[in-house]
Design a protein around this ligand. Structure first.
Ligand code: NAD
Length: 441
């Protein structure tokens, strides 16, 4: 034990989770939590619910459950709200998304039906393959942001929650690079007032949340809170931000396998990744603008893990391709194929093939839960801005200025666990382990 360095406020009262985008991921997350509350299913894949953390030396045998070690909100304290442009309640969306079985959904029908989306801030310029029927209107983007803030106030007043986290589970917006209007808070607020065309709907939700001191998490590859203006607001209002793009199927596999190849100094010449996906997300990603946003997020992973500049002979020229094909018969059950061309001793080529038959929203739901609970913890620790310790959950993790992101899943896990130890004043684990053998030297 070291001296406690962080004064964590207790998780008192209810925690509101407000979700822009009540689609397959959001309803699988919400329904899963409601089912887990009633012991109708296990929250598998969630570190906060199922994971343990080692404390102290290996000989001490101290391995508490994470939710008993750090003060996290209980599942029973979560209250839901959402925005969407379709106007259907969470039960209707969960049924048509066909991720969870109807029998389970019917057992939690009441709490799901109670989640009716508020009108969305939506602009078809940013998501070409969707049409909005349940959307807000207003003279300027600033007015729309004020309407979102009023929604948040009404939600807090109605539910009596003491804290809120906003989690974007909306569609992937078209690629919008950071430009002058995003650089400072002053420029951004002026841009909202004049409805600048480069301010995306997701940024309007993020602005509204951060303005109220509420953390904002970005489950899509949109560059929402990468905008320096929103980072500035996050710091000013003591609200953490997190993003971007949930790390689930193929990229999760990449960040498990690539670090192993690199650790053993096996060369890589190419990595070809293709997917078939038939849900609404797949349909949205069929638009080249939205795909470009996703592609940027998916491609960044290997460059950082392999670092071709430091190892030109092994990783100097990796042919990395990512394809997503919209194929309706598969629904949410994505199938991905990876072909990896690797090189070993004396330059001999070898191949690895991975065929992952996954379920997109089943992999994303526990990530949503952990992100919400850990980000609420971060805010109660008094932290704001980018939460790099949560890189574990992101396909394209945000970092502080000038820092290369960490993509290696095991380095990310180490960072997350050591952060929890740090918060609770426990000794950080370096795995040096020499002290176990001191008698022998
Ligand atoms: N499932 C995964 O494994 C995974 C992994 C990484 C990222 N994501 C991302 O998570 C997001 C959600 O995925 P999904 O499968 O639930 O998609 P989905 O299409 O089922 O749901 C997205 C919902 O967002 C709504 N929406 C779009 N724009 C909105 C706006 N401006 N305001 C409010 N609602 C809006 C849509 O109407 C839709 O209901 C997508 O961006 C996807 O790329 C998913």
């Amino acid at each position: 034990m070291t001296d406690r360095k962080v004064n964590v406020k207790p998780a008192e009262g209810k925690l509101g989770v407000l979700i822009p985008g009540l689609g397959a991921v959001a309803t699988t997350f919400v329904a899963g939590v409601e089912a887990a509350k009633r012991q109708l299913g296990a929250p598998i894949g969630s570190l906060t619910q199922m994971g343990r953390i080692r404390l102290g030396k290996r000989t001490e045998n101290r391995n508490p459950l994470i939710h008993e070690f750090v003060p996290l909100a209980n599942l029973s304290d979560i209250v839901w709200g959402a925005w969407d442009l379709h106007g259907q309640n969470a039960y209707e969306v969960a049924c048509r998304s066909r991720v969870l079985e109807q029998g389970l959904l019917d057992k939690i029908r009441k709490p799901l039906e109670a989640i009716e989306p508020m009108k969305a801030v939506f602009d078809p310029v940013f998501v070409k393959n969707l049409q909005g029927v349940h959307v807000k209107s207003g003279p300027t983007k600033m007015d729309l942001a004020r309407q979102v803030m009023a929604d948040i106030d009404a939600f807090v007043a109605r539910t009596g929650v003491s804290r809120v986290v906003v989690l974007w589970c909306g569609s992937t917006e078209t690629f919008t690079p950071v430009s002058d209007v995003h650089r400072t808070l002053a420029a951004f607020e002026a841009g909202l007032s004049e409805s600048h065309p480069e301010i995306a709907p997701s940024m309007i939700y993020a602005y509204a949340a951060l303005k109220k001191g509420i953390p904002y998490l970005n489950g899509a590859p949109n560059l929402t809170v990468d905008a320096p203006a929103l980072l500035e607001l996050s710091r000013a209002n003591a609200a953490p931000i997190g993003g971007k793009d949930f790390k689930t199927g193929q990229t999760l596999m990449k960040t498990i396998i690539a670090p192993g190849l690199k650790a053993r100094m096996l060369g890589v010449e190419g990595w070809f990744s293709t997917n078939i996906l038939g849900n609404l997300d797949g349909k949205v990603l069929d638009d080249p603008g939205s795909f470009k946003t996703k592609e940027e997020s998916k491609l960044s992973v290997l460059d950082t893990i392999f670092n071709g500049e430091l190892y030109p002979q092994l990783y100097g020229e990796i042919h990395h391709k990512v394809r997503i094909n919209y194929y309706p018969p598969r629904g949410d059950n994505k199938e991905s194929w990876d072909n990896i061309d690797i090189v070993g001793w004396m330059g001999y080529p070898m191949q690895i093939k991975i065929n992952f038959l996954c379920r997109d929203s089943i992999l994303a739901a526990p990530v949503c839960l952990d992100l919400v609970l850990f980000t609420d913890l971060a805010q109660r620790c008094g932290w704001s801005g980018v939460q790099e310790w949560l890189s574990f959950y992101w396909k394209s993790p945000q970092t502080g200025p000038g820092l290369a992101p960490i993509h290696d899943l095991f380095q990310q896990q180490n960072k997350l666990e050591n952060t929890l130890r740090y918060i609770m004043g426990e000794t950080l684990i370096t795995n040096l382990g020499l002290d176990y053998y001191m008698d022998e030297v």
